[in-house]
Design a protein around this ligand. Structure first.
Ligand SMILES: [Zn+2]
Length: 258
């Protein structure tokens, strides 16, 4: 009898993850590490972020499964509990043995990107009439269909921006940008005064950064991506220094030439 009543009990699909304790501690540590590394606004406003499991999620009709969600606390929520955002994590996904920590970090980073701080028209942090910071939910940078991109290419700026981010991500995973390869890449975009000896003084990260910049400039010169020029004007600091430019990120003469 008791068993039958249990079977009929309504499922509860949310479980708050407390900050302390075995389950909560490592998750919040991961969350706060990402806030400190990449979300300065949330860090400086001490945004209070709760984590909760969401259970029972099923893929939609197109096979898409929600992995996480970021909800901003309403003014009434803030009366009831001390938090500004709650990040809901799909528990089945999070606890799946095939999911890597890198994927978990990316998911938290994604949800944190939705958690934004509001600014007023003067560019100051916005506050409510109790002096608390005001938050907002930021939308995705890109909303698009694969098929449309396959048929029409990078037809608008947000796609171009995204393609650039993908390139950077790919380059990040490259272990080594060779001196000669970078030297050649710079020559093809008209920067010929940088010797291999100078390149050899740059760190791996700096060479990768310059290579990324050069690749993007090359694309712009080829006319493959119409709007890349406006996105890639910031010359990497090490290259600017080698060219004797100020490091404020202005256009190089070489960059203008293309
Ligand atoms: Zn999202």
């Amino acid at each position: 009898m008791a068993k039958k009543r249990m079977a009929k009990a309504k499922a509860v699909n949310y479980i708050l993850i407390p900050q302390d304790g075995e389950i909560g501690q490592p998750r919040y540590e991961r969350l706060f590490a990402i806030v400190d590394a990449h979300h300065e606004d949330l860090s400086k406003t001490n945004a209070r972020i709760a984590l909760a499991w969401q259970l029972g999620l099923k893929p939609d009709v197109d096979g898409r499964l929600v992995l996480g969600r970021c909800r901003k606390a309403t003014d009434l929520d803030r009366e009831l509990a001390p938090f500004d955002f709650v990040i809901l994590l799909n528990r089945d996904f999070w606890q799946n043995a095939k999911v890597t920590n890198e994927q978990r970090n990316a998911l938290l980073d994604h949800e944190l990107c939705h958690a934004a701080v509001a600014y007023d028209t003067d560019g100051d942090l916005k506050r409510d009439d109790r002096g608390r910071y005001v938050f907002r939910v930021r939308k995705h940078d890109l909303e698009e269909f694969r098929d449309v991109v396959a048929r029409h290419g990078l037809y608008k700026n947000d796609l171009v921006d995204f393609e650039r981010a993908l390139r950077l991500a790919n380059l990040k995973t490259d272990v080594w940008v060779g001196y000669t390869k970078l030297h050649e890449a710079l020559k093809t975009i008209g920067v010929s005064s940088i010797t291999r000896e100078v390149i050899a003084t740059w760190s791996d990260d700096e060479r990768r950064e310059v290579m990324t910049w050069a690749v993007l400039r090359q694309d712009a010169a080829d006319g493959r991506t119409a709007d890349v020029i406006s996105l890639s004007q910031t010359v990497p600091a090490c290259l600017a220094a080698a060219l004797g430019m100020s490091t404020s990120g202005a256009d190089t003469p070489a960059a203008n030439a293309h």
